[in-house]
Write a protein that binds this ligand. Structure first.
Ligand SMILES: [Zn+2]
Length: 133
């Protein structure tokens, strides 16, 4: 993901994306620009869920993202387990699954909806990007 979009995510969710040098996040957001909205929305939803469960950003147990990447054409968003808050962990799992399913319908390059599975099955792209590749 390009620098401008990555910076926006880091600026808007500094606590969710804290301690990046200690996890795979040191490599940045390992997916295309087309998934910016998906990643942004998931980040926001996770923080909303955390707030609703009574968690606070300065609490050490606030969700912490360890990795964001594309794998087999879908969005993987790894969040450090929220200890002692099973209902929040479950809610986050639901949100992540929703984003993963959604990512299968969105081109990672441009964010266009109508996606097709590439020959190799390793990436799911819109018609235009599939033809380019
Ligand atoms: Zn595309």
């Amino acid at each position: 993901m390009n620098e401008v979009l990555s910076k926006k995510l880091l600026d808007d969710f500094p606590v969710l994306f804290r301690h990046r040098s200690e996890s795979s996040m040191q490599r940045g957001f390992e997916c295309g620009d087309g998934w910016f909205d998906l990643v942004y929305q998931l980040s926001r939803d996770i923080e909303v869920a955390a707030r609703e469960s009574g968690n606070k950003p300065d609490d050490p147990s606030w969700p912490m993202c360890r990795q964001v990447k594309e794998k087999f054409g879908s969005l993987r968003f790894v969040v450090f387990a929220v200890e002692g808050r099973p209902e929040l962990s479950e809610r986050i799992s639901e949100l992540k699954l929703h984003a993963l399913n959604r990512s299968l319908q969105v081109c990672p390059e441009c964010g266009q909806d109508v996606a097709v599975v590439s020959e190799g099955g390793t990436a799911i792209l819109c018609q235009a990007h599939e033809l380019k590749r």
